[in-house]
Design a protein around this ligand. Structure first.
Ligand code: ATP
Ligand code: MG
Length: 397
């Protein structure tokens, strides 16, 4: 067993010694069986949260209402969740009321997909009630139980299904796929942030096209914020010979490039997805860079103002679009810029004010801007003498 399981084993043992059941469950078991390193282990137990808190000295009430207690052991944190059922679904979202149960079977039943409904005990024995092992082996994503009911209970599961297809390059089983088509409109009941989280995981997956294709086919995309009009773009992405993104901004920027939206419209779209300002900034810079490289219009000032990471993403986008862009050549061009940042300019607003006896004000910013441009484009050397001389000239004009 990988280290991450061995490290957690004493925690499970301790729960068992107290007379309860404890298993590894969900994503970590799936990843283990796929030969992937799990990023964390989830532990499920028959013990109630209060009982877990009695067994361990150091605990945190992470989500007591949902049955989750974090246990600290050997400087590591483990999420331990009581077996539960989610009986009362309201509004097609996960209920905030859950019922604790003592049986693992009931807990596995409420899980979304057969590949996520596997449990493993301390001996490495797999508990597989829904043929998740076979689905794992065959590369199939299948809802636990009756797909239609499961997506009706919780519409987010539809987004999870397509994102796992992207992460694992699995095929969605027909009835599960049909149930997504039938229930797709229910996605509008799900918080945008949660949809965005799954979309980001889809973009970052190893095979985004394996997730984008069913997103299109089932029309689930129509219920993603502002995506209803973007069918053609999603189709283009699916039809590219290959697709793989190193960052969320990279994915969004290729989308934005293909959508041919103005930067203002793109910002509006990203805001509808409740994107962070930093994501919006990196995405729009990468879109502009992609456009310039595609049109062979990239100049020094653009390279400087868009920054290296936007250029790197642009180069990758251009390659995905079937045009050649050499990252090494791009890097050399970028490295050759006289300065990379206004902080490297040989004068500052303050030094202009003192040396030329100027009054502070917007004029100073304009001067700096002017000098910055002159240095970046190679029209002036980055020395205090020449920059002051030029600034003096500009002031007198
Ligand atoms: P990841 O590698 O992205 O963490 P994961 O499968 O561990 O994948 P989590 O969101 O961490 O996903 O959820 C842990 C487990 O909880 C899942 O494997 C699944 O069994 C269950 N689960 C999560 N979300 C849902 C849901 N919406 N409906 C039913 N079961 C769910
Ligand atoms: Mg997880």
């Amino acid at each position: 067993l990988p280290k991450i399981f061995l490290q957690a084993s004493p925690v499970l043992k301790k729960i068992q010694q107290a007379g309860f059941e404890a298993y590894f469950v969900g994503g970590c078991v799936r990843d283990l069986l796929l030969g992937k390193e799990p990023h964390d282990v989830d532990i499920a137990t028959s013990a109630y949260p209060a009982e877990i808190k009695q067994i361990f000295k150091r605990t945190i009430d992470t989500g007591i209402k949902h049955g989750t207690v974090t246990v600290l052991n050997q400087h590591r944190a483990y999420e331990i969740t009581t077996f539960r059922t989610e009986s009362s679904y309201q509004d097609f979202r996960r209920p905030d009321h859950v019922t604790f149960v003592r049986s693992l079977n009931n807990d596995l039943q409420r899980r979304d997909l057969t590949i996520n409904a596997l449990a493993m005990d301390l001996n490495g024995q797999i508990i597989d009630l829904f043929n998740g092992l076979q689905d794992l082996k065959q590369g199939i994503i299948r809802a636990v139980g009756i797909p239609h009911e499961r997506f009706h209970e919780d519409a987010l599961r539809m987004m999870r299904t397509v994102r796992f297809a992207s992460q694992l390059s699995f095929t969605i089983e027909t009835q599960t796929l049909n149930a997504i088509t039938e229930n797709a409109p229910l996605l509008k009941h799900i918080a945008v942030e949660r949809i965005h989280e799954e979309w980001q995981k889809l973009l970052l997956g190893s095979y985004p096209q394996k997730g984008l294709a069913p997103l299109l086919e089932t029309k689930l995309y129509c219920y993603c914020p502002n995506f209803a009009e973007q069918k053609a773009v999603l189709k283009q992405l699916v039809n590219l010979p290959q697709l793989k993104f190193n960052s969320v901004a990279a994915g969004w920027s290729l989308f934005g490039y293909l959508a041919q939206l103005s930067i203002t419209e793109m910002i509006k779209l990203l805001r509808a997805w409740k994107s962070s300002n930093s994501l919006i900034k990196s995405t729009t810079a990468a879109i502009q860079a992609t456009r310039s490289v595609m049109d062979n219009k990239l100049d020094q000032w653009q390279m400087y103002s868009l920054g290296w990471s936007a250029l790197q993403v642009a180069c990758e986008n251009v390659n995905l679009l079937g045009k050649n862009c050499s990252l090494t050549a791009m890097q050399q061009q970028y490295q050759a810029l006289p300065i990379k940042n206004v902080k490297e300019l040989a004068v500052t607003g303050g030094s202009l004010i003192t040396s030329l006896n100027l009054k502070p004000g917007p004029q100073i910013g304009e001067l700096i801007n002017n000098l910055e441009k002159a240095v970046v484009t190679g029209r002036l050397p980055n020395t205090p003498e020449r920059l002051l001389q030029q600034a003096q000239k500009l002031v007198l004009e």
